[in-house]
Design a protein around this ligand. Structure first.
Ligand code: OAD
Length: 251
């Protein structure tokens, strides 16, 4: 039996205002769209070790390999679409009367395509590239080639706009501010292996929020959540969010 919005922490809010919600998504929400998760294939990501393609050291060692890898991930976005899980979140956000922030670890653009609005990509975005020298960020849908030039210095300084291991995730101040005052924290489709995202539940707990994990299977940090719901996100989320909304409306 899930907990109703009227039972949430309501940290600092009046009893009549809608609970403030922070949602964290990981690779599991895009799995039903056909995007591979990170840790489902003997520790390999699309047949590569993470250290060979997702670290600054890998990019220094073999930039062509890293660019080819992310070019392929970027190209794959043309073959996939958002699924019922992405859509349920966007529809819920449009209907929810309170504050709502969606934080994703995913670098695909499937939340945007479902029309999510208040969205932060803490690990970067495949469809953006960055100048290594000036850090200017550009929209980019095609490949980055060895001679691709950035618009700022007109030199081949482009790298994927991806947070690699050892680099600082994006928007952390904004995310922690929202977690510190949220009433409900929902974590969806993430294994809890990678920090700081895996620690968000503890921040929300400390803020007095209700916390729920929605995943295919128990994550590494499942015990930190007050509530757990297991199943494919595309099947579980529409019903869960609909119930949340109607519980609030009837409150
Ligand atoms: P993982 O691959 O570690 O975990 C995906 C989680 O989704 C697993 O717990 C699966 O059980 C679950 N899952 C799979 N299919 C699902 C479905 N249909 N519905 C619900 N859950 C499902 O991916 P992340 O936790 O997102 O970082 O990985 C976190 C970070 O590690 C990534 O953002 C990436 C990676 O290295 C960077 O690239 C910086």
């Amino acid at each position: 039996m899930s907990i109703k919005p009227s039972d949430f922490g309501q940290a600092g809010s009046t009893s009549r205002s809608a609970p403030r919600i922070v949602v964290l998504t990981g690779a599991g929400i895009s799995a039903e769209s056909g995007v591979r998760t990170f840790r489902d294939n003997d520790g390999l990501w699309e047949n590569h070790r993470l250290e060979d393609v997702a670290t600054p050291e890998a990019f220094l060692r073999d930039p062509a390999l890293v660019q080819r890898f992310y070019n392929a991930r970027r190209a794959q976005l043309n073959d996939v679409g958002c699924n019922k899980g992405h859509q349920a979140l966007a529809e819920f956000e449009a209907a929810w009367p309170g504050e709502f922030l969606l934080v994703t670890q995913n670098v695909d653009d499937l939340h945007e395509r479902a029309n999510s609005q208040n969205l932060l990509h803490m690990h970067g975005e495949l469809r953006k590239v960055r100048c290594s020298r000036t850090h200017t960020i550009y929209p980019h849908s095609g490949d980055i080639l060895e001679d691709s030039l950035c618009e700022c210095c007109n030199e081949p300084n482009l790298r994927p706009h991806i947070v690699w291991f050892g680099e600082m995730p994006l928007f952390m101040d904004e995310i922690y501010r929202a977690l510190d005052t949220c009433d409900l924290f929902i974590s969806i489709g993430t294994s809890g292996h990678v920090y700081p995202a895996a620690g968000f539940v503890e921040v929300a707990n400390n803020a007095g929020a209700h916390t729920i994990e929605i995943n295919l299977e128990p994550s590494q940090v499942r015990d930190n959540f007050a509530e757990q719901l297991y199943g494919p996100a595309g099947e579980v989320l529409p019903g869960y969010l609909q119930q949340l909304l109607s519980d609030w409306q009837q409150n």
